[in-house]
Design a protein around this ligand. Structure first.
Ligand SMILES: [Zn+2]
Ligand SMILES: [Zn+2]
Length: 161
């Protein structure tokens, strides 16, 4: 089975069109070449998906010669967790990916998470107070709105005293 790179037509080897290429000079002996029978475009030999056996171009297949649909069907809960552990993607998966998508909707999760990160911050601030202070300064001073709010807050706190 072959697949046209231009129009995607699938065809068997015997169906390929045989064309002549004069290289722009009709006085020369033409070169024969084969092309897609539908559009005369270039083509490549197809590979089969090992799962569904449909034909694809080689660069459409994923490792293990799986097509996208079959690969998607193989993304399961338990395998994803194993994959994350094997490739050490815990930070990416649990923090960046999962909590990011969940935080907006699940306030109990965000509260728990804040508590964990807060404890980590306290330990960090005790261990490296100067570094922690520069994080604070960056947070408050880097954006004009934060400075305004911080000043507003200072004023209130001082007022209460
Ligand atoms: Zn074609
Ligand atoms: Zn497939």
């Amino acid at each position: 089975m072959f697949i046209c790179l231009d129009c995607g037509h699938h065809f068997e080897s015997g169906e390929a069109a045989t064309l002549k290429d004069y290289h722009g000079d009709r006085t020369l002996k033409p070169e024969n070449f084969t092309a897609c029978p539908a559009c005369h475009g270039a083509y490549e030999e197809a590979k089969s998906c090992t799962e569904c056996c449909n034909s694809y171009l080689e660069d459409e297949l994923y490792p293990g010669d799986l097509c996208r649909a079959c690969l998607e069907a193989k993304v399961t809960l338990s395998d994803t967790v194993k994959y994350v552990a094997d490739y050490k993607l815990e930070v990416d998966f649990y923090l960046s990916h999962w909590t990011e998508s969940k935080l907006g909707r699940d306030s109990s999760l965000s509260q728990e998470l804040v508590k964990i990160v807060q404890d980590a911050w306290t330990a960090f601030a005790e261990r490296a107070p100067e570094e922690a202070l520069s994080v604070c300064k960056k947070f408050v001073l880097d954006d004009g709105l934060g400075m305004h709010d911080y000043a507003e807050w200072l004023k209130e706190v001082n007022h209460e005293k």
